[in-house]
Write a protein that binds this ligand. Structure first.
Ligand SMILES: O=C1O[C@H](COP(=O)(O)O)[C@@H](O)[C@H](O)[C@H]1O
Length: 461
């Protein structure tokens, strides 16, 4: 029997996530894999018919130029069923419309996802059913643990996919190749040779009409709790014997588990801010609190930063700064590994002030190694040079990669249950300190680089 998924049911099919990310990702996947046959069932509270849903799917497919037999089949066979996801009978009806093994994709806010998972307890799931959960997975550690326990009642762990689309980006996938297939890096990949690591994902984008999700969630949960901690785990994890899914997940989970707040103090380790009116990427943005749908009382941050360490023999004492902000001018999206200075520079060589730096792009598929060299001109003066490569986008976009793994039931890109709980344990400490007023909510104009936190960075060197 073919054990791949043949029906994808999107709960929240009429939402922003589905139309902007999931469906374009699927379109790319089906274009690349013309033999794949998928029944695509959309579901939402709104009444729609199959034709309207097919139009929505076609519109999203068109944004990525999706074509070919698999795309035609998916469009011809697309179905829409309105459903209340907290009603077991509605979920039963959705699953009844599936052919072969179904995947239920929860493109829903955490509270609604929890209700749907609860309702599924009363539904008999078809053999092999896959449950794909969007981030944020739960709302805090306890809530995530409860959700994990409910899911464990439904299907085996390997059929639960906790989606983190950063794990499907080419560069993040390539951290493994870079680290474990080049003799150059791994012997130096430790506290003796690396002085600090920054994992930065700043964006020009502001709220973009997403107050319903983002307001009250904020940058710490939206980006650091999931994506950036996962990216960090790929940097800090021990080399696995194989890249088989269970082994990779175990190595990453252990890596997340070892993460501690810098100096053990959430107030010293974390910083937060939100944007005020300004211009970024040629677009005028209002104060965050004046964006449509924002509740100023929630005190949502649009820029979050935390310094942590991986409390292991390999990494103890090395600061890892994770940071993500919206409405940032000239944003950086990269992992920056800064090596320690050489123990000594020969007398007479001038200008060797900067250390060797490895930059792994997160928003673009780039890798660059910044080196000191004797450049042209005075032979005793050191210049900087960069060995850089742009290895091109992957065949699929990140959601295409993630969907492929879900449809093939290959959990390599999924986050294991305990890893999510470890991540929340860290974030909960920070949010408790924020709620207790221990970390001020600063402001920065949209289009600026964000507040000047260099004093905090110096303290952590
Ligand atoms: O998950 C999210 O990621 C995006 C940034 O990732 P990208 O791949 O779309 O560049 C971020 O804008 C969004 O707020 C967050 O929910």
């Amino acid at each position: 029997m073919d054990d791949t998924v043949s029906t994808l049911i999107i709960l929240g099919g009429t939402g922003d996530l589905a139309s902007r990310l999931l469906l374009p990702g699927l379109g790319r996947l089906l274009t690349e894999q013309p033999d794949r046959r998928i029944r695509l069932i959309g579901s939402g509270r709104q009444d729609r018919d199959d034709e309207q849903w097919t139009d929505t799917v076609r519109g999203s497919f068109d944004t990525v130029g999706a074509t070919g037999p698999a795309v035609d089949h998916a469009l011809a066979d697309a179905r829409y069923l309105s459903a209340d996801v907290s009603a077991p009978e509605d979920l039963e009806q959705l699953l009844g419309a599936a052919t072969g093994i179904p995947a239920l994709y929860f493109a829903l806010p955490p509270a609604v996802t929890a209700k749907a998972v609860d309702a599924l307890q009363e539904v008999e799931l078809p053999e092999g059913t896959v449950l794909a959960m969007e981030k944020p997975f739960g709302t805090n550690r306890q809530n995530a643990a409860e959700l994990n326990a409910m899911l464990a009642e439904l299907v085996p762990q390997e059929q639960v996919f906790r989606v983190d689309h950063f794990l499907g980006t080419s560069t993040v996938l390539n951290v493994l190749g870079l680290r474990f297939t080049n003799r150059l890096f791994e012997p130096l990949w430790n506290r003796d040779h690396i002085s600090r690591v920054d994992v930065v994902y700043d964006e020009e984008l502001g709220l973009e009409g997403r107050a319903g999700y983002y307001d009250g969630t904020g940058a710490m949960v939206d980006m650091l709790q999931s994506h950036l901690l996962q990216a960090m785990a790929l940097v800090t994890m021990e080399p696995p014997a194989t890249v088989e899914a269970t082994e990779l997940q175990a190595a990453k989970s252990q890596a997340v588990r070892s993460v501690r707040l810098w100096a053990g103090d959430p107030a010293r380790a974390s910083r937060r801010a939100r944007y005020t009116a300004g211009t970024v990427g040629g677009q005028d943005l209002p104060d965050y609190v004046d964006e449509e749908g924002v509740d100023p009382e929630l005190g949502t941050e649009t820029l979050a930063e935390v310094t942590v360490e991986a409390d292991t023999w390999r990494w103890a004492g090395v600061p890892f700064t994770l940071r993500s902000g919206k409405a940032i001018g000239d944003p950086r999206q990269e992992i920056v590994v800064t090596f320690r200075q050489t123990p000594r520079v020969p007398d007479g060589l001038r200008g060797a002030e900067d250390p060797t730096v490895l930059r792994i792009g997160l928003g673009s598929p780039t890798i660059a190694l910044g080196l000191n060299i004797n450049g042209p001109g005075d032979p005793l003066t050191i210049d900087r040079a960069e060995l850089a490569t742009d290895f091109g986008e992957g065949r699929l976009n990140p959601y295409g990669e993630v969907l492929q793994s879900i449809l093939d039931r290959d959990p390599t890109l999924s986050v294991r249950s305990d890893a999510v709980e470890h991540a929340w344990a860290l974030i909960d400490q920070i949010r408790d300190a924020w709620q207790a007023g221990r970390v001020p909510l600063e402001e920065y104009p949209a289009g600026s680089p964000g507040p000047d936190w260099s004093a905090a960075h110096e303290e952590q060197r």
